[in-house]
Design a binder for this molecule. Sequence first.
Ligand code: GLN
Length: 370
Amino acid sequence: MSTLPPKGFLLLEDGTLFLGRLVGPTAPTVAEVVFTTNMTGYQEVFTDPSYRGQTVVLTAPQIGNYGVNTEDPESAKPQVAGVVVRELSPTYSNWRATGGLREWLEEHQVPVLTEVDTRRLTKHLRSAGVMRGVIGVGDTPSREALAVLEGCPSMEGLDLATVVSTREVYSWGKPDATYHVVAYDYGIKRNILRLFEAHDCRVTVVPSDTPADRVLAMNPDGVFLSNGPGDPDAVIYAPAAIREIAATKTPMFGICLGHQLIGLSFGARTEKMPFGHRGGNQPVKDLETGKVLITSQNHGFAVVGSVEGVEGAPDLAITHVNLNDGTVEGLRHRTLPIFAVQYHPEAAPGPHDAVPLFDRFLEALRNRRQ
Ligand SMILES: NC(=O)CC[C@H](N)C(=O)O
């Protein structure tokens, strides 16, 4: 018989308190509290480095029923600060499972606040905006928890990409692949690397602050700018390197944080969104074909612009917009072989509607060789 976990709480910075039961470490854990509407793919969400510095609320009412496995992680370990759920499944069943979610999160010391009214919490974050929150043990926040909450920096202005990036250069894919891509790692997800491999590319993954001349010396067919956590505007060294590579007409492709950095490199601004887009069913319109894609997303910042264009960046054209709120979801350079999307064509988790974008990048690599 397992004993009931102790009582626990989530206190938001606006004073709203949510009660539940706490599984895992009991020391106060503070982070930005965001919600995702993904129904499945919790292991991919928890291991996505873009979630660094965030506590994730899952709107799906039961999490963990298919366990965890060794194939789905998007990085070596969970990256989230904390997890908030309605129900943490007490059991799991799946042919791929190698263990339970609860045990896996406990092993990695990630606190889970369970038995929370996640519907009320999500509605609150939707109307008040995402904000910092502290998870702790008991049903009244201790003075220590309040102090920790007070000391938590805002996500705005925070460079987390540099923190999660690889320290060393490494290779992915078959050495005899046709194309060579250099990927800037701002918090890269493994499924992006798997998809490059499946598209006949070998990838050299480099630290986020690698100078442009070092990247160009690797003689890449194309350069990829990865997803990643934190405020894009705080990755201050990235735009200069991106502009230097762009000037050589090397094809470039950016996803999520990479998309935002391309925007910033050519004069655009980024801004924090009220509650972001996180989930597997965000409708995006491709303005060039008129087609609507259902996309996987995870971002809290966006490039400022609309269907009319990107503010401050006349060299960039808008290629995609979000149909829920009209925000910018895709960009391309008007004269250079550079394009980027705010959403996640690599899915993991989520729909595969946008996977053909990898073919588009491949086409740019092919064209360059001709
Ligand atoms: N998934 C990502 O790359 C997220 C980008 C950025 N950290 C944001 O929140 O908007």
